[in-house]
Design a protein around this ligand. Sequence first.
Ligand code: NAP
Length: 240
Amino acid sequence: MKYALVTGGSRGIGRAVCIKLAAMHYSVLINYKRNGDAAQETLDIIRRQGGTAELLPFDVANETEVEQVISQWQERNPEDYISVLVNNAGIRKDNLMFWLSSEDWKGVMETNLNGTFYITRALLKYMMNRKFGRVINMVSVSGINGMAGQTNYSASKAGIIGLTKSLALETAKKNVTVNAVAPGFIQTDMTGDLNEAELKKLIPSGRFGKAEEVADLVAFLASERAGYITGQVITISGGL
Ligand code: NAP
């Protein structure tokens, strides 16, 4: 059995990625922080479609919890390893820097950037030992171009882009690829409070993207066919 871990798999893009990877015959570990009902729904969808998955709740920002959950999973599955990691869990707490609290700065950094580091480090040694792995980091066009009101979020995503490029250089010889996917506006809970009618006027393709469209790109990067792509940031934004 091949295993894939998707952080933030309970909702939105993460859920679509879980469903897609299960259809590719991965046994999917669905991570989430607090929304157990939504995570269970992801699991139910996968099972109804004949796939295999299990819930693996933990807070990506909690270093000790990350280490514990991964070593316990590894003890339960000594013959196996997690060959695909999708670092998708993320939050935004927008404000102009003028009013941005240190708490909201740190909160976004801890989940988005530190969380990516903790879980990737925990799984990397297994991928390197087995000489195959795929790490796909969910970033954002905000981390490439910047976005007013998102200095914390943009900085966290730009940090992940740096991590992606450097780590790809460390792991390429072991057949472990590391790439980032940078969505524009995608219809999920995260963008539910935005004025879609106004914002879509800025998007060349004239609409928000769907979580399933992002999942298709992630699925390709996770596949063996994408073995010669590493250290890249691929934007999926309708031309934004
Ligand atoms: P979403 O609908 O708000 O879902 C966020 C997911 O992250 C949930 O599954 C949530 O779990 C999980 N999560 C949050 N904090 C966590 C933590 N500390 N530990 C573990 N899981 C945690 O978000 P989305 O729109 O699907 O976004 C997914 C990713 O794409 C994020 O990294 C986001 O920055 C990025 N992105 C989104 C868009 C967009 O337009 N939607 C654009 C660019 C980039 P719970 O359900 O338990 O809360």
